[in-house]
Design a protein around this ligand. Structure first.
Ligand SMILES: [Fe+2]
Ligand SMILES: [Fe+2]
Length: 191
């Protein structure tokens, strides 16, 4: 795959984050093959998912201003979600991505949301389990990802939520809704 705007993205997010991006592309491709998602769309969504992951908070906010992204109460309380929203805007305005499904997969890759599409689930999960991720539960998430996408997403959301609880961090409503939606869909018989 030829990578577009590589230099521009590296300038914004750094070499290390860009390498993570490439691992997410590979992981997402594997998941797309297992679950029958559109391979091209998957690659594009994964490639741009962290295109706005700017390390420096002031620079991130400056970029939000430049692209007219108004910070919500939740974004202020959980700044780690900002780059997803900004990333969707930059992918569209600067990199010319027009496909709404791809843009939503970028926009919701950190929080998840109710009623996620196949593409959204794949990008969310690929980001969570790419090979260099190393945290409690990642092995279980990887195992589940091979056999049941919804279970894997559910497990990852739960793991994230309990981590946020334990560290007294703000919980974004979309993440709770994403989790409950899968639980309802599976009629409580998730595991
Ligand atoms: Fe991200
Ligand atoms: Fe990421």
């Amino acid at each position: 795959m030829k990578f577009l705007y590589e230099e521009d993205i590296i300038n914004r997010i750094g070499e290390k984050r860009f390498k993570h991006t490439l691992r997410v592309v590979d992981t997402a491709k594997e998941l797309a093959q297992i679950y029958g998602a559109d391979l091209e769309k998957t690659k594009i969504a994964a490639y741009y998912h962290d295109c706005a992951k700017i390390k420096d908070y002031d620079k991130l906010i400056e970029e939000c201003r430049k692209y007219d992204l108004k910070l919500t109460k939740e974004m202020k309380a959980a700044p780690q979600i900002i780059h997803s929203y900004l990333g969707a805007i930059i992918a569209e305005k600067k990199y010319g991505v027009k496909d709404k499904e791809i843009l939503n997969a970028i926009r919701y890759h950190t929080t998840g949301r109710e009623s996620m599409t196949l593409l959204e689930k794949i990008v969310f999960l690929a980001d969570y389990i790419e090979p260099m991720r190393n945290f409690n539960g990642v092995e279980r998430a990887r195992e589940l990802a091979k056999v049941n996408l919804d279970n894997a997403v559910y497990f990852s959301l739960n793991n994230t939520l309990s981590h946020l609880c334990k560290s007294n961090d703000y919980i974004v409503l979309d993440t709770v809704k994403a989790r409950n939606f899968i639980l309802e869909m599976e009629d409580g018989k998730i595991f």
